[in-house]
Design a protein around this ligand. Structure first.
Ligand code: WTA
Length: 633
C-alpha cells in the first residue's frame, strides 16, 4: 500500500520528515489521491491569524477517491457488509460498484430535490446503508452534510438544523435499536415546528411504522431512489470548501458546529486510517461507532472507503438480543480489525464471561479503542478475552475538532503500551503546557495537551462563528490549539491521556458540556441554582451528578425532582445526558467573587474527600462539609 508505514524505523523517518520538511512530506502523501487539479500551495496560514489552509488551489471530489477509483480497479470488491438490528433479518452486502450506484442515485435525488453546492443537508437516521450513501451523495454534489445522532432529542435536532440553516432533513420513518423502535420521523416533525427554513424532508422507510407525511414537504426516499439515474458526475470542489459540519459539546454555550474541509480532511482521514489500523486487502474492518459521531465519519464513511477496505456496518446495539452480539458478528463476518469504545468494553465485560466464551474470535488481528481513556482493567479484558493476547490494541486519541487520529500506536508497527495512546502520527506536533502556558520540554511531564502547528485534518472554523472558534481553542495558550485534555508523557515520549481538564464531561464516550445540562436544570421551577459535574462510573467512564439548590417553596421530594429533571434533560438534549445522581443542598461552595468552585464539587462527587485542598478561602466553607455528608449518605 502506497506510503504506508510498515516499520518502527519508517515511522521515525516519516515523523521526522513531516516535522522538518512538512510541505515535501504532504506533497508525497497527497500524490496518491485523485485530484481534478493539484494544489498550488501545500500549506499556508497559522494559528495566530487562524487562517490555516491546506492544498490550496487543488480541485477534487472526495467521493471519487472513496468510490470511482476503486470501482475502476476492483469493482466487485465488497465495500459494506450490513448487519441488521435483528439477527434473523437478511443481511445485505454492497460491492464498491454497487455503493457507487447507490450514491449516484442518492445524489440525483438530492439534486432533483433542489439541493445545490454549498447547501447544508441534515441527516437524522439510524445505521442503515442509506445513511452512508446519503452522506457520500451529499459530498458528491458539493453540498455539506450535518449528521445528527439519532439519539438526540427534537430540541437538540432543531438547534442543530437551525444553526447550520439546513435546507433539507433526511430521516427514517422509525429506527430499530435493540428491542426499541425510535420514532425518528415524529421527532423530526416536532423539531421542524421550530425550523421553518427546512424546505424538504426525505423519509427512508425502514420499519413501515405509521407516520404522518406533510404534503409538499415530505417525500419517501425509497420511491425517489427507485426512479433515480445511477449516474452522477462528481462536482469539482476547492480544497478548502466545506465537506461537513458536525456538532459537539464544549465547556460553554450551545454545541458547536465544527467545519471540516474537502482536501485536508480527506488526506487526514485516509492516512491515519491506513497507518493506524494496517488493514490489508482481504481484511474485514469493523468500527462500531454511529455515523452521528466523528468516529463514524472518519473511520466508517471516509477512512475505510478512501482505502478501499471491506467493512461491517451494524444497525443494532451490543446487548441485543444478548450481550454476545458483537462477538457473534465478529465470527459471522470473520472480522479482522475491531474498533470500539472503552464504555462498550466495560459494559460487555459486566454482562458476564458466558457471552464471550462461546465466541471463536480467531479472525481478529487488531483491536482499537477510542473516545475516552481506557482504564487498565478494561484494557486487560479486551486484550485477553477478545484479542486472546495476540492482537495489538491501538489506543487512538483524537477529537471531533482534529478530524482524525492524532496520537496512537500503529498496529503491529509501533509498540502497544497498556492504556497509552503512545506517539503522535506524522504531522502532529503535541506539546504539554503548565497552567501558565509554559511548554514542558523535559520528560517525563504532565500538563495540558496542546498542538502547536497546523495539520491537514483540523477543523477550520465553527460554522458561522470564527471568533468563537478562536476563543474556544486558540486563546487559552496563544499560538497553540488547546485540546481541553490533560496528558502525561513518559521518559520515552509516550503520551497517556488523563481526561478532560475543562468543563466537558465524557459520558460513555460522548461529550457533554456541564453548561448544557445546567441550562436545562435551571428551567425547573423548583431549582434556584445548579452545578453539574462528572464523576467516575464503572461502565460509563463518567456519569453526571447535579448539585442543586432547591427553592424554599419546592414541595417535590428528591426522587420526584430527580425524575422530573431527567425527563426534561431527555427532552431537551437526549437520554445520553441523563443525571446519575442529584444532591440537594442549601448552598454551593463559592469563591469570594461568587464563582462556583467546581473543582471541589468534582472531588466530592468522586469521593476524593482528602483531596479538596484549602477550602478556607471560600465564601462559605461550611457548605463543603454539608455536601460531603450528603454524598456519603
Ligand atoms: C476523549 C472522539 C483518551 C478526549 C474521537 C477527547 C480520549 C474527547 C481518547 C474527544 C483516547 C478520545 N484516550 N481520551 N484514546 N479518544 N478521547 O470529539 O477527552 O467525541 O478530548 O471525539 O474524547 O471526543 P470526540
Amino acid at each position: 500500500m502506497q506510503n504506508r508505514i510498515e516499520s518502527a524505523e519508517q515511522y521515525k523517518d516519516f515523523y521526522a520528515k513531516s516535522m522538518q520538511e512538512q510541505n515535501d512530506y504532504w506533497a508525497m502523501i497527497a500524490e496518491s489521491f485523485t485530484w481534478k487539479k493539484k494544489w498550488d500551495h501545500i500549506q499556508s496560514g497559522n494559528f495566530e491569524d487562524l487562517n490555516v489552509k491546506w492544498f490550496e488551489g487543488a480541485k477534487l471530489n472526495i467521493t471519487e477517491n472513496c468510490l470511482d477509483r476503486h470501482v475502476q480497479n476492483n469493482p466487485d470488491k465488497l465495500a459494506i457488509l450490513w448487519e441488521p438490528n435483528d439477527p434473523s433479518e437478511q443481511a445485505i452486502s454492497f460491492t464498491y460498484a454497487e455503493v457507487l450506484e447507490q450514491v449516484n442515485k442518492f445524489a440525483n435525488v438530492l439534486k432533483d430535490s433542489g439541493v445545490k453546492k454549498g447547501d447544508r443537508v441534515c441527516f437524522y437516521m439510524s445505521m442503515v446503508p442509506e445513511l452512508l450513501f446519503g452522506v457520500l451523495a451529499t459530498a458528491r454534489i458539493g453540498a455539506v452534510h450535518s449528521v445528527v445522532f439519532g439519539g438526540f432529542s427534537a430540541k437538540a435536532l432543531a438547534g442543530r438544523v437551525k444553526d447550520c440553516q439546513a435546507k433539507m432533513v433526511i430521516t427514517n420513518d422509525e429506527a430499530y435499536r435493540g428491542d426499541k423502535v425510535i420514532p425518528l420521523k415524529n421527532i423530526t416533525d416536532e423539531a421542524l415546528n421550530e425550523c421553518r427554513i427546512v424546505e424538504k424532508v426525505l423519509v427512508f422507510q425502514r420499519t413501515g411504522g405509521d407516520i404522518s407525511m406533510k404534503q409538499g414537504r415530505d417525500f419517501w426516499l425509497n420511491e425517489l431512489l427507485a426512479d433515480a439515474s445511477n449516474e452522477c458526475e462528481p462536482v469539482e470542489m476547492d480544497a478548502e470548501d466545506p465537506l461537513f459540519i458536525l456538532y459537539t459539546s464544549g465547556s460553554t454555550g450551545t454545541p458547536k458546529g465544527l467545519q471540516h474541509t474537502c482536501a485536508g480532511y480527506m488526506v487526514w482521514a485516509s492516512e491515519t486510517y491506513k497507518n493506524v489500523f494496517q488493514v490489508n486487502d482481504k481484511d474485514i474492518y469493523w468500527c462500531t461507532a454511529d455515523i452521528g459521531w466523528i468516529t463514524g465519519h472518519s473511520y466508517m464513511s471516509y477512512g475505510p472507503m478512501l482505502n478501499g477496505s471491506t467493512q461491517v456496518m451494524f444497525e443494532g446495539v451490543p446487548t441485543w438480543p444478548d450481550a454476545s452480539r458483537f462477538w457473534q458478528i465478529c465470527d459471522k463476518y470473520k472480522v479482522t480489525h475491531f474498533y470500539t469504545a472503552p464504555t462498550a468494553i466495560r459494559a460487555l465485560e459486566a454482562c458476564g464471561p458466558e457471552h464471550v466464551e462461546g465466541a471463536d474470535l480467531s479472525s481478529l488481528k487488531v483491536l482499537g479503542s477510542v473516545g475516552e481513556p481506557i482504564n487498565e482493567e478494561a484494557w486487560n479484558w479486551y486484550n485477553e478475552k477478545i484479542g486472546k493476547g495476540k492482537c495489538p490494541i491501538v489506543d487512538t486519541w483524537w477529537q471531533t475538532e482534529t478530524g482524525g487520529i492524532m496520537i496512537s500506536n500503529l498496529a503491529g508497527v509501533t509498540p502497544t503500551i497498556k492504556s497509552h495512546a503512545t506517539l503522535p502520527l506524522p504531522g502532529v506536533s503535541p506539546v504539554l503546557v503548565d497552567s501558565d502556558g509554559k511548554v514542558l520540554k523535559d520528560n517525563p511531564a504532565e500538563g495540558n495537551l496542546c498542538i502547536d502547528r497546523p495539520w491537514p485534518g483540523m477543523a477550520r472554523t465553527i460554522y458561522g462563528d470564527h471568533e468563537r472558534y478562536r476563543q474556544t481553542y486558540f486563546s487559552t495558550y496563544p499560538g497553540k490549539y488547546f485540546t481541553g485534555d490533560g496528558a502525561r508523557r513518559d521518559k520515552s515520549g509516550n503520551y497517556r491521556i488523563t481526561g478532560r481538564v475543562d468543563d466537558v464531561m465524557n459520558i460513555s464516550g460522548h461529550r457533554i458540556g456541564t453548561a448544557e445540562v445546567e441550562d436545562v436544570i435551571d428551567e425547573h421551577p423548583c431549582v434556584v441554582e445548579a452545578a453539574v459535574v462528572g464523576f467516575p462510573h464503572n461502565i460509563k467512564g463518567e456519569a453526571i451528578m447535579a448539585y442543586i439548590i432547591a427553592s424554599r417553596e419546592s414541595k417535590s421530594s428528591e426522587e420526584q425532582l430527580f425524575e422530573d429533571l431527567n425527563k426534561m434533560i431527555t427532552k431537551e438534549i437526549g437520554p445520553i445526558a441523563k443525571l446519575e445522581k442529584i444532591i440537594v443542598t442549601p448552598d454551593l461552595p463559592k469563591t469570594r467573587s461568587g464563582k462556583i468552585m467546581r473543582r471541589i464539587l468534582r472531588k466530592v462527587a468522586a469521593k476524593e474527600f482528602d483531596q479538596l485542598g484549602d477550602v478556607s478561602t471560600l465564601l462559605n466553607p461550611e457548605t463543603v462539609d454539608e455536601i460531603i455528608k450528603k454524598v456519603k449518605s
